[in-house]
Design a protein around this ligand. Structure first.
Ligand code: ITT
Length: 196
């Protein structure tokens, strides 16, 4: 069991919130949104790494909430090896939603199969109810496909191939079991259990 039963997620991305809830609700941790607390928070993400940006978001929300409640923030993105890790921390800004996958497929159109390796990375910044900060990260290794497949998930899921499927062809449970976000949140949960 975790000593933390409730936390608020510093995000404006409803898919991240949904995935965090899918992972944490069954183990007894309620994930509130900024909206649930009537807080608007969207700090400038000017860090150079996922960890820096996650910390910026977590600290901004922590200082905006009136009560002492634990906070998590997720900064994540897709890193393509042949593109030297791009779009990386710029994944959200790479193209508007709905054009991200097609733009990346276009950039990758002449890249052969063995050079299409990529990974998702997620950094979770956690600030507990006493203001103590810790960070956790997770990765998911895969490949960039040749076309968009599947309608589940969000962002780059339709072109990210893991095993023989894209993440958008997986159920929520299947994705959460192997995803960067799932792996990072599992690390956080392990810490919460150990630090009881
Ligand atoms: P917040 O900052 O408000 O949390 P955001 O969407 O701007 O939301 P990021 O700055 O962390 O979040 O950008 C991450 C982007 O990387 C996200 O918008 C997606 O395009 C992509 N991404 C992250 N996790 C993903 C996942 O599980 N599946 C597909 N794409 C993902």
């Amino acid at each position: 069991m975790s000593r933390i039963k409730k936390l608020v997620m510093a995000t404006n991305n409803k898919n991240k919130l949904r995935e965090a809830r899918e992972i944490f609700s069954p183990i007894g941790i309620e994930v509130l949104s900024q909206k649930d607390l009537n807080i608007e928070c969207d700090p400038e993400e000017n860090g150079k790494t996922f960890a820096e940006n996650a910390k910026i978001k977590a600290e901004a929300l922590y200082s905006a909430i009136p009560e002492n409640i634990a906070v998590i923030a997720d900064d994540s993105g897709l890193c393509v090896d042949i593109l030297n890790g791009r779009p990386g921390v710029y994944s959200a800004r790479y193209a508007p939603d709905g054009q991200k996958c097609s733009k990346l497929l276009d950039e990758m159109k002449d890249i052969p199969d063995d050079k299409r390796t990529a990974y998702f990375e997620c950094c979770i910044a956690f600030i507990d109810e006493n203001g103590e900060y810790k960070s956790f990260s997770g990765k998911c290794m895969g490949k960039i496909g040749y076309e968009e497949k599947g309608t589940n998930g969000f962002g780059y899921d339709p072109i990210f191939v893991y095993g023989d499927k894209t993440l958008a062809e997986m159920s929520a449970e299947e994705k959460n079991n192997i995803s960067h976000r799932g792996n990072a949140l599992k690390e956080l949960y392990k810490y919460l259990k150990e630090s009881e």
